[in-house]
Design a protein around this ligand. Structure first.
Ligand code: CO
Ligand code: ZN
Length: 331
């Protein structure tokens, strides 16, 4: 599974430009699907099974897009100014490498700081792609890039850019592989444009019209020095979301997930996330609404170029989802 995670995280695919990563995922899931399609937003939708008498139509979503940058202007000396795609933060950018879809590479630099204690805002930063003029620059207005960092395997812990949400894309692929039969009709959606406002999941949920929605995404932790006050940590199991800033998970779905974890002796954590949201919000309020929830992989340094997860949490997320989806769900 680590090989799969490495392949997924190292593929460039900022929001709106998911073609390449979608093809990587498609190659993995093609043989496992009963039906596979792509919609106008670029969501890859994989159906497994047909709804039976006591079954439900369940949509699972893990987003394939990642945060990134887009060129807004190339100045006369070849320095590219940029805007952000999704929740990039200035203090994570200094010295960051970026990789454009066309293969061009660059480093993010900043104007001179009068006070070293300050952090530049994006207006005072630029991408240096090694050009000296707009003419010899390999990038132009509108070109997009993602952060460029290799996957690092530390044994129990893994580091990479785009763990958000490719690690959960791997979780969904492994879950799909594990499910032999289900009374439920399952839709595995590899969604687009989550980082710019859960846009892909919104249209996918409308099109599929499921009975229940479950997002699989990363969540923050409180286990680093002077970190956030949050009772989620690496290595203690996948987190079952109760609330984030965009959603209150359906309490019956939360209980069903908790009961499933307890029954199968899978470690889990209860999650209340104060900032951020996921595709579960989009599903919950699409059409006439549906019960929605989220299974999260605890992640440190989210939206930095080096996000860290614990591999056991990843494996246990697969076990939890496999067990949950294989059985009858009563909400
Ligand atoms: Co994110
Ligand atoms: Zn995410």
């Amino acid at each position: 599974m680590k090989t799969l995670i490495k392949k997924l995280v190292e593929t460039v695919g900022p929001s709106g430009y998911e073609t390449r990563i979608r093809e990587v995922v498609r190659a993995e899931v093609e043989k496992l699907a009963d039906e596979i399609s792509t919609d106008a937003m670029g969501n890859l939708i994989v159906r497994k099974g047909k709804k039976t008498k006591n079954g439900l139509k369940i949509m699972l979503a893990a987003h394939i897009d990642e945060i990134g940058v887009m060129v807004t202007h190339v100045d006369k000396n070849g320095f590219a100014r940029f805007t952000t795609i999704g929740g990039v933060r200035p203090h994570t950018c200094y010295g960051s490498r970026v990789r454009f879809l066309n293969g061009a590479a660059g480093v993010i630099g900043g104007e001179r700081l009068d006070n070293q204690a300050n952090v530049h805002s994006f207006e005072n930063m630029f991408i240096d792609v090694g050009a000296t003029s707009p003419q010899d620059s390999p990038v132009k207005i509108g070109d997009v890039a993602a952060f460029d960092r290799p996957f690092e395997d530390l044994g129990d812990r893994l580091i990479s850019k785009a763990m958000d949400d490719r690690v959960c894309v791997a979780v969904l692929i492994e879950t799909l592989r594990n499910i032999k039969s289900s009374i439920n009709e399952l839709y595995f959606v590899f969604s687009t444009q989550e980082e710019v406002g859960t846009r892909g999941a919104t249209t996918a949920a409308f099109g599929i019209d499921p009975d229940v929605g479950i997002a699989v995404d990363v969540t923050g932790t409180g286990d680093t020095p002077r970190g956030a006050v949050m009772d989620v940590k690496l290595g203690a199991g996948p987190a079952i979301k109760i609330k984030d800033s965009g959603m209150l998970a359906d309490p019956n779905l939360v209980n069903a997930l908790v009961n499933c974890a307890q029954k199968n002796k899978i470690p889990y954590q209860r999650e209340v996330l104060l900032g951020g949201s996921t595709d579960a919000r989009a599903m919950q309020i699409t059409r006439a609404g549906m019960p929605a929830g989220c299974v999260s992989v605890p992640t440190r340094y989210i939206h930095s170029p080096s996000e860290m997860v614990d591999f056991h949490d990843v494996e246990n997320a697969v076990l939890l989802l496999t067990a949950f989806l294989s059985e009858a769900i009563v909400l």
